[in-house]
Design a protein around this ligand. Sequence first.
Ligand code: AHM
Ligand code: MG
Length: 342
Amino acid sequence: MTDEPNKLVTLDEYIIQAQNRFPGATGELSQLLRDIGLAAKIISREVNKAGITNLLGADGSTNIHGESVKKLDLFADDQLISALDRSLITCMVISEENDGIVRLNSEGGKYIVYLDPLDGSSNIDVNVSIGSIFSIYMRQPRPEKSLNENDALQPGTHQVAAGYVLYGSSTILAYTTGLGVSAFTLDPGIGEFILSFDDYKLPAHGTIYSINEGSYNSWPRGLKEYIKYCQQEDPENGRPYTARYIGSMVADIHRTLVKGGIFIYPASSKYPTGKLRLMYECNPLSFIIEQAGGMAIDGKQRILDIQPTSLHQRTPIFIGSTENVEKVKWFLERAEGGNDTD
Ligand code: AHM
Ligand code: MG
């Protein structure tokens, strides 16, 4: 794709080059990705100066999940939705910050977009990495003419594109359209996302595990046994593994993409069906990780195969390097065969 290795390739150029490989492409998906890229730059700018523009802190309201809403959550939600609304390609948006579907001006638009506008909200006020996540579907032809939430309840295998923006020590945008994963780093000097890697593959095995160990007592037995396995002394196989947990899924998944390993958010007594949202956290990040050669399951089945029944449903997730995910699956199945809890 990058014919001249020394030439800087911007996100917009890259998207157009990719589109040109498909003679019949209408350019609408390309436009949609560019819209998200523009909103990401605006959010990145505000994230970087949040402390001085009074955007830190709580908004005072709670969202549909009963969580405290931060001002930056709302700012990011507004920016992404307005960017998508402007180009009249997207008919509806489902966002973590909005209860039902958000109908956009173009009722006939062919794309449906899921958003987690600002993931890792609890890290906003402490200057730790946060992110935005997006997942794009095509509206399927249905006999009912009027747009409703059933149009949006498609399994992750139907995603036509997905990606994330990580606002970290630099701002990175990574996305896939099902042809591998590409990532771009924002050069703040010129205000452009520049191609950093193309068709990225994560290691088949990694030595980092990532989970909130504070919930240890409420994990299923198989997971406890797997984490003990990660901590056992076995230098020849890289154990004990290193523990890393940022608390922003985008940042934890980005590290997993680059270095390999596993990220886990299981079901627990506090979150009986897991905490993370299927449609705008787990599906898009699973699409990215699978496209990079990794694996993502809910403990039993592939995340992308789950048939959604509601817009904001949650799922447990085990995601990362294939060998690590296969291993935890083995521990879970072995424990299921016996007694599930201790
Ligand atoms: P958010 O979308 O409200 O920010 O919540 C999702 C975040 C994920 O980014 C992260 O992996 C997880 O919540 C952390 O949860 P916990 O603090 O329970 O470990
Ligand atoms: Mg989130």
